[in-house]
Design a binder for this molecule. Structure first.
Ligand code: TRP
Length: 344
């Protein structure tokens, strides 16, 4: 059985465990601040984080700024992206009293963990990582040492705070698997320091973008959480559909129509199929109107809360999060130094 299947089968039991004993879990998750957060992020991960936080699970969210330069030359608009991500997190309901929001580059001790961790994996293991392979192919660049080793860096992200629960998308599963391997090997060599974290896969199916492909800023098919209602209407108006009056849900044959149906459906808590049936032969104009209203209504609260937050709020949350993450990372690094006999 492949590890995705095995992980999926474990989900109901794991979810029951979390509900019953939230105090036994510490969540570490996050994303690369390569652009603005969009609806795909919201339904894929952010909603889940808020849910876990409300269930009483202590949560760490990393904005993995060093991971931005794994497959591109520079960090681009990283500062702005981080700032907007913090606003979106807060507007979505992450509460800085229970959730530590921080950035890689602000936590030296986290990054230092990468050194002993690198000694625990072989080059061949890293070359086999399917996500590294896919990202290398997509980047069209030579393989940098950072891209090859970033799953080890991600293990440091997770283990610096002894995270034992990692909500991730399917594409990040190999990294959680490697993190478990690193934790196990470290503990075998030096004594028990780290937990072996588990992946938590969201139930939500991946939300396609407006053209039916994966929702991604780089495809220009995404609805950012921070867009205004008018901007949302404009991107939906510009979405590519077809001339067929009868609306049907057919992701393969009609990716644009189906992307709009999926977007409206997830915002309305309905199925794309039932919306298609309801629209009948109303045509793509009616579909776009429905999708625009569904998204704008769904995001109205988020946008209102986001507008009430100031740049200073975001900066203060990040400063406090970084400070907390630094203290936690220092403690773990101290344990690692002791375990390795490097105390002088
Ligand atoms: N690789 C993740 C992504 O591309 C982002 C990430 C960085 C992450 N560090 C992490 C996710 C640690 C989970 C745990 O989305």
């Amino acid at each position: 059985m492949d590890s995705f299947k095995a992980t999926t089968l474990r989900m109901p039991g794991l979810r029951a465990d979390i509900a019953e004993h939230p105090g036994r879990f510490r969540v570490l998750t996050g994303e690369r601040p390569t652009g603005r957060l969009h609806l795909g992020h919201y339904f894929g991960t952010i909603r889940e984080r808020v849910h876990l936080q409300r269930a009483g699970v202590e949560t760490f969210v990393i904005l993995a700024d060093y991971q931005v330069i794994t497959d591109r030359a520079t960090a681009g608009q990283v500062r702005e992206n981080v700032h907007h991500a913090v606003l979106d997190y807060l507007a979505a309901g992450l509460d800085p009293r229970n959730t530590t929001i921080f950035t890689h580059s602000s936590v030296p001790a986290l990054n230092q963990l990468m050194l002993p961790f690198l000694s625990l994996v072989t080059e061949a293991e890293l070359h086999r990582n399917p996500t590294v392979k896919a990202e290398l192919a997509a980047s069209g660049r030579a393989l940098s040492a950072l891209l090859l080793s970033y799953p080890v860096h991600q293990a440091a992200d997770i283990l610096f705070c002894k995270g034992n629960l990692v909500p991730v998308g399917k594409d990040n599963l190999p990294h959680v698997e490697l993190t478990r391997t690193i934790a196990r090997r470290f503990n075998e060599r030096y004594g028990p320091v780290f937990p072996e974290p588990e992946a938590l896969i969201t139930d939500a199916p991946e939300l396609p973008g407006l053209d039916g492909r994966k929702m991604s800023k780089s495809y220009g098919n995404a609805i950012s959480l921070g867009m205004s209602a008018d901007e949302t209407a404009a991107v939906i108006r510009g979405a590519r559909t077809d001339d067929e009056r009868v609306i049907s849900y057919d992701p393969e044959g009609r990716p644009g129509v189906s992307g709009l149906l999926a977007t409206a459906a997830v915002c309305l808590g309905r199925t794309p199929q039932s919306l298609a049936d309801e629209l009948g032969d109303a045509g793509s104009g009616a579909l776009k109107k429905l999708a625009t209203e569904a998204v704008n209504e769904f995001l109205a609260g988020h946008r209102r809360r986001r507008a009430e937050l100031s740049a200073l709020d975001a900066a203060a949350v990040l400063r406090a999060g970084n400070e907390h993450a630094r203290a936690v990372a220092e403690r773990t690094l101290e344990e690692v130094r002791h375990a390795m006999g490097m105390v002088y």
